[in-house]
Design a protein around this ligand. Sequence first.
Ligand code: SAM
Length: 241
Amino acid sequence: MRIDVFSIFPEYLGPLDLSLIGKAREAGLLDLRVHDLRDYAHDRHRTVDDTPYGGGAGMVMRPQVWGEALDAAAADRPGGVLVVPSPAGEPFTQAIARDLAARDRLLFACGRYEGIDQRVFADAGRHFEVRLLSLGDYVLNGGEVAALAMIEAVGRLLPGVVGNPESLAEESHENGLLEAPVYTKPAEWRGLSVPEELLSGHHARIARYRRDESLRRTAEVRPDLIAALDARTLDAHDLQV
Ligand code: SAM
């Protein structure tokens, strides 16, 4: 997969050199390029923002700079999904991460200030599928942290990035539920025991325990996920939990 990230703070994307994503880049599984948006601003101060039409506080990112950057990206390699992190976007989910992981090219446009001039998105639609995606119902200072989170969520789904693909299938949000709590050695720690089902060595019992805990935890903290479950995926025991 090829990913291009545009930001006025390219150093913010430094963590993408680390851990599994860094290794995926080294192994050639992910071709990730970070671009300084200011390279596309041509005045003496390399200005990327201007005052908002209609007045109000803050500054807005100029369309000319973004237009030039995205034209260059399209000329370099046409097509792909342009992700625009935005608190006004569609909520980013594991299902969207899976969809993006199946594409061969993604671009991230990291906004700052009050955001990017809206016309940039209509114009970018000539080259890319444009998606405004929100990390959650709160406001960050810029799109870089959101891009980091989304790239990590997408990158770990690419074949070969996570050592054991089975661990991905069992994770929270993959089947509409949160994963059951996890434990490691020792079996007793500070007077606290690992649930005996997990020590039983009995596969069916362990699977049942995990499923029950997963349902309980989800019902407690995310009743919205329980309400969205397809009843056909629930067995008789599930309904008693
Ligand atoms: N004025 C904008 C609004 O109220 O919708 C907020 C702008 S915010 C200060 C600057 C940039 O941070 C945004 O353009 C976006 O790139 C990023 N950002 C802020 N919150 C975000 C969130 N919840 N999800 C994704 N990106 C976010």
